[in-house]
Design a protein around this ligand. Structure first.
Ligand SMILES: Cc1cc2nc3c(=O)[nH]c(=O)nc-3n(C[C@H](O)[C@H](O)[C@H](O)COP(=O)(O)O)c2cc1C
Length: 356
């Protein structure tokens, strides 16, 4: 359906990409259901050890023989100061108390998995599509992914970032508009200047790039996919739209918050993780608003709030959970993933026919 260079190169039938969503949303069942329905399911591996990556990919491979993607972050090794850590701990103490946790989070031995080890594991595991966000790879690593047989997709929030991915050999670039749920992929420019609405960003990226473009941010239905294709994208990557599927691994209270959300329910914040991300506004985001600039950068703040967010989730406390969602959350539907892909395709067909 609507074949183009990207769908042909990846080997998918429809231009629908289910976004990789770290933190448990993109279960192997969700990924496989989307791929089996003719789209591209994407497995988020950014928080996984190499062993867990291998296990998750084996589960996906056991559920589908269609192409699928695996996604990692590109990260530098963090090195926070003791003072910065102490201030961050103090800021979180009241929230930990409210959840019945010890006042101070234990400072982890490391703040995230070794990014280099994850990338080496990905090259070894050779998924059909390897996608990345938060940074850019070097050309040698992209060449090794190609040698392994992976189609490489980089995430960009500006034309300059997209050109950086093209220069290192990426096969396609996912342009992430400011509407997008979850973390911003920005890695080159000023964060605010790089928060560009998809309708403005997409045609400028398409004009600047030779490689195919995937559109992301606020796309919730076939009309949004059609609009992306009309603006020059060759596929649309939807995250929030898939969060309420039964196969999605997020907590029921998070799904309910999305289903209740409206157009103005979300905001960008860095208080949960130390990197700007879009989520449904709650008490934690509101009360720490003055500390936005002060919290340590990702992944340090993310690690320090980890136990707190897990406890909040276990207790169903949406006031302290990171309720990542895009600006289109108000359009979310609670459909099985394969059915949702079918509905999106039909809506796309109708929208493109209507557009002549
Ligand atoms: C809960 C959640 C987690 C996300 N995690 C990742 C991730 O691990 N890797 C990534 O490249 N993008 C991640 N994203 C961003 C998506 O790839 C995509 O840009 C975004 O979902 C598109 O906007 P939408 O949610 O409005 O559809 C995440 C988004 C959400 C909502």
């Amino acid at each position: 359906m609507f074949p183009n260079a990207l769908t042909a190169a990846v080997g998918i039938e429809s231009p629908v990409v289910q976004a990789p969503m770290a933190g448990g949303a993109t279960t192997p069942e969700l990924v496989a259901a989307v791929s089996n329905a003719g789209g591209l399911g994407s497995y988020a591996a950014a928080t996984l050890s190499p062993a867990a990556m291998a296990e998750g990919m084996a589960r996906v491979r056991g559920l589908t023989d269609r192409p699928f993607g695996v996604n990692l972050f590109v990260l530098d090794t963090p090195n926070p100061t003791r003072t910065e850590l102490a201030a961050a701990q103090a800021r979180l103490a009241p929230y930990r108390a409210a959840l019945g946790l010890e006042p101070e989070a234990a400072v982890p031995e490391r703040f995230c998995e070794s990014n280099r080890a994850q990338i080496e594991a990905l090259i070894e595991l050779a998924p059909p599509v390897a996608s990345f966000t938060f940074g850019v790879l070097d050309a040698a690593t992209v060449a090794r992914l190609h040698d392994a047989g992976s189609f490489v997709v980089g995430t960009a929030t500006t034309v300059a970032e997209a050109l950086a991915w093209e220069a290192c050999g990426a096969d396609a670039v996912c342009m992430q508009g400011a509407e997008a749920g979850g973390h911003r992929g920005t890695f080159l420019g000023d964060f605010e200047q790089s928060s560009i609405g998809l309708m403005a960003l997409l045609p400028q990226a398409v004009a600047a790039l030779d490689v195919p473009v995937i559109a992301a941010g606020g796309i919730m239905d076939g009309r949004g996919i059609a609009a992306s294709l009309l603006l020059g994208a060759q596929a649309a990557q939807l995250g929030t739209a898939f969060l309420c599927c039964p196969e999605s691994g997020i907590h029921a209270a998070w799904k309910a918050a999305i289903l209740e959300a409206g157009d103005d329910s979300t905001r960008l914040t860095r208080v949960f993780s130390g990197r700007h991300a879009r989520g449904i506004v709650n008490a934690f985001m509101d009360e720490l608003r003055d500390d936005e600039a002060a919290v340590p950068a990702y992944p340090v703040q993310n690690a320090l709030t980890g136990e707190l967010r897990r406890a909040a989730t276990a207790q169903g406390r949406t006031d302290f959970m990171s309720l990542w969602a895009g600006q289109g959350a108000g359009l979310a539907r609670e459909l099985p993933a394969a059915e949702l892909v079918g509905v999106l395709e039909e809506e796309l067909r109708v929208a493109l026919a209507g557009a002549g």
